[in-house]
Ligand binder design. Structure first.
Ligand code: SIN
Length: 284
């Protein structure tokens, strides 16, 4: 199989063309896909026809899958596929949401960074898309670190942050958590602000999520000032690319080197996506 890899922006992402994932991807081609993924952090495969079995099968080639992560809606979304999360604003015949995140804006974040062992990758497949809105942005955290002003780079040397477990990326409280009133007591994992990608060996800024975050060892005021400066830098437009979805797109991103966010969309429109997450290792 001869694939074509075409960058989607100067900052991050590449489209992989001439691949029919459902038909099967041979080992040499898969090796080229992995190499492209390590180079561009986010891969887009357009025009795919994936049922849930094919999505799970392809995702498993990247590693063992996580079960559905804690969310505001359900423990399991699809009975036969406990690894698949549904991301959707659609309501079922019982009036309950069939998926999580609604039609809200989702803020810049890295999936599940509040876990001690966050997933290394996430794959999102589009089944229904709204006529406008709901675009997903990706930001290159290798680049953000490389371009970090020297004084900020010095300030984060050896520093660890707490990644909030209580809120989803759209700001809803996860089941079983109380609102945070003191960030020094935020529940969630502690990870280094600079992490090394275990496969590429490159260093990346690892911010995870802004709300309720805290830089361990600083006063709250110092921590807030440092985090505000880091987030203002990391969310600069030149580090990112924003994907406009079509039905049949599969996007695979690397949580070790990329953050992502989503635009809000019209709640009356339908957006249905199926997502898998591939297990990672402890960030270092
Ligand atoms: C997410 O923030 O993980 C969801 C991305 C999306 O719905 O496009």
């Amino acid at each position: 199989m001869t694939i074509e890899v075409v960058p989607t922006s100067p900052a991050i992402g590449a489209e992989v063309r001439s691949v029919d994932i459902a038909a099967g991807v041979d080992e040499p081609t898969f090796g080229r896909i992995i190499a492209a993924w390590h180079q561009y952090s986010v891969l887009l495969f357009r025009g795919q026809r994936l049922d849930d079995a094919a999505l799970v099968r392809f995702s498993r080639r990247f590693g063992e899958l996580d079960a559905v992560p804690p969310n505001e809606v359900a423990k399991i979304f699809i009975k036969d596929y406990p690894e698949i999360s549904v991301i959707s604003n659609v309501k079922g015949t019982d009036g309950k949401p069939i998926g999580s995140l609604g039609a809200y804006e989702s803020e810049w974040h890295t999936d599940m960074s509040f876990m001690d062992v966050p997933p290394k990758a996430s794959a999102l497949y589009s089944l229904e898309v709204p006529p406008s809105g709901g675009n997903t942005g990706f930001a290159n955290m290798y680049l953000a670190l490389e371009r970090l002003p020297a004084d900020l780079r010095r300030q984060i040397e050896g520093k660890v942050t707490v990644h909030d477990a209580t809120l989803t990326s759209v700001g809803s409280l996860r089941m079983g958590f109380q609102p945070v009133t003191d960030v020094t007591r935020t529940p969630g994992a502690r990870h280094p602000l600079v992490r090394t990608h275990p496969e590429t060996g490159r260093q990346a800024l690892y911010l995870g999520r802004r709300r309720n975050s805290y830089v361990v060892g600083l006063t709250v005021a110092e921590s807030e000032a440092l985090l505000n400066a880091l987030w203002a830098h990391a969310s600069r437009p030149e580090f990112s690319w924003h994907h406009q979805w079509r039905v049949g797109d599969l996007v695979l991103w690397d949580n070790r080197s990329a953050m992502h966010r989503r635009d809000a969309f019209d709640p009356a429109a339908r957006r249905v996506m199926h997502r898998t997450q591939i297990k990672g290792t402890v960030p270092f």
